[in-house]
Ligand binder design. Structure first.
Ligand code: FE2
Length: 428
């Protein structure tokens, strides 16, 4: 064996019922998950009852814009539209070297956070396709330690931006994996619907997945998710189509949503919400009460539709914070959607792990024999404690190799009659 992680708690374990297990990894794959393994390994880690999970997965990110905060200026209004305008100002100044360097730096942060798979949108509206070339280069370089999936994203509109469809087709021919779109940014609702039809037909012809920025607005009458479902159903794309953001669903009429949710289910269209970004960008034109804007996550889940939470942005024209921590994303999603029941909190954890992996089609994901030898040892005993503490990633494992380690979060105290150290875990 290359590696054995001893005494691991799994996310499915129930405290007091399930015994910790040993996880053995050999030749890049998990080969055994059982208590008290007698085998030996080149390296052993004692999890000592800590939670061991498959890696975090970010189903929605923008790696071409990340870490560009302040270039060439900051977003003064903090709005989505100023962010798009700011990105437009930055684009002519981009160089491939700077794009690659920023993306690699973010991937370092991601690995340190146990985030080993990212689906990133890449803007294809610049005819030079500089960002596409840069992220394909980054994908090659990080492949040994991080799975990067690229979405061809016409940021300025497929029909609204001259040459965007040709650029998108070129990007796909260069090796980009997924067809993107942004129907709510086209000139009219009809143009948005037309862009969805064109993009879905192109994806069907090429046998590719689809992931569109869809209805990212506060408009209760935006109907692009309905059109995306219709096209997915018509073209038989179910199971490989995702609608990202879907924030207008927050503002839609309840009766209409009661019709929309079964349509999403029937069409096999998954939902990707982006809690950190949706809570800051939506409802900006409201006075009070202000809408939260995130899509209807508990209701979508209850309808049997897959939901992932994405990070979307880190230190870019749209969002000045973030550090690649998917537990922070889950924490925000849980709060915004009021997912405070035990099952709901676990669903928030699934939205940054197993659900996200399923939506982006990751192969061999999980903690079971035959799965890839990728996992994260968290300084927490269960998924809810992991979210509450944004638990330290004690060890991050890729293919049986430890690729990152962090110390546990501890504070030392100097208080009369009190313990010398606290770790923020509840003990009774
Ligand atoms: Fe996005």
């Amino acid at each position: 064996m290359d590696l054995i992680i001893r005494r691991a708690a799994l996310s499915t374990h129930v405290a007091g019922r399930d015994a910790p297990v040993d996880i053995a990894i050999d030749a890049g794959r998990i080969v055994a998950v059982e208590p008290n393994l007698t085998a030996a390994a080149g390296r052993e880690i004692d999890a000592a009852g800590s939670l061991v999970v498959p890696p975090f997965v970010d189903a929605h990110f923008h790696l071409d814009a990340t870490l560009s905060y302040g270039l060439p200026r900051v977003n003064a209004s903090g709005t989505l539209l100023e962010g798009i305008a700011l990105w437009g100002e930055l684009k002519p100044q981009l160089t491939q070297e700077a794009l690659v360097e920023r993306a690699l730096q973010y991937c370092d942060w991601a690995v340190a956070r146990g985030l080993l798979a990212i689906r990133t949108h890449v803007d294809v509206c610049d005819p030079r396709l500089l960002a596409v070339e840069a992220l394909l280069e980054v994908k090659r370089r990080v492949a040994p330690y991080l799975d990067l999936q690229l979405v061809a994203f016409p940021q300025d509109g497929l029909l609204r931006s001259a040459g965007a469809f040709d650029n998108l087709k070129r990007a796909i021919a260069m090796g980009v994996d997924v067809v993107g779109g942004i129907p709510h940014f086209e000139r009219t609702m009809a143009d948005g619907a037309e862009s969805i039809r064109l993009l879905c037909e192109f994806a069907a012809e090429k046998g590719l997945p689809v992931d569109m920025h869809c209805d990212e607005s506060d408009d209760p009458l935006s109907r692009h998710i309905e059109t995306l479902c219709k096209e997915a159903h018509r073209l038989g794309l179910g199971g490989r189509v995702a609608g990202s953001h879907l924030t207008s669903m927050h503002s839609m009429d309840n009766y209409y949503v009661s019709k929309l949710l079964p349509l999403m289910r029937e069409s096999g269209v998954a939902a990707i919400a982006n809690p950190l970004i949706n809570i800051t960008l939506q409802g900006r034109a409201d006075t009070y009460p202000k809408r939260r804007g995130m899509t209807r996550v508990p209701e979508i889940l209850a309808a049997g539709i897959d939901v992932a939470f994405g990070h979307d942005c880190v230190m870019d024209p749209w969002y000045s914070l973030g550090s690649g921590d998917m537990l922070e994303v889950a924490h925000m999603g849980l709060h915004v959607a009021q997912m405070t029941g035990i099952d709901a909190m676990r669903a928030a954890f699934d939205a940054v792990t197993v659900n996200a992996a399923r939506i982006i089609g990751l192969e061999g994901y999980g903690i079971a024999p035959g799965c890839r030898g990728d996992c994260v040892v968290l300084d927490a005993r269960d998924p809810i404690e992991a979210i509450r503490l944004r638990a330290s990633r004690l060890a991050v494992v890729r293919g049986g190799n430890v690729v990152a380690q962090s110390p546990p979060a501890r504070a030392t105290l100097s208080l009369p009659g009190r313990p010398l150290e606290v770790d923020f875990k509840l003990r009774r």
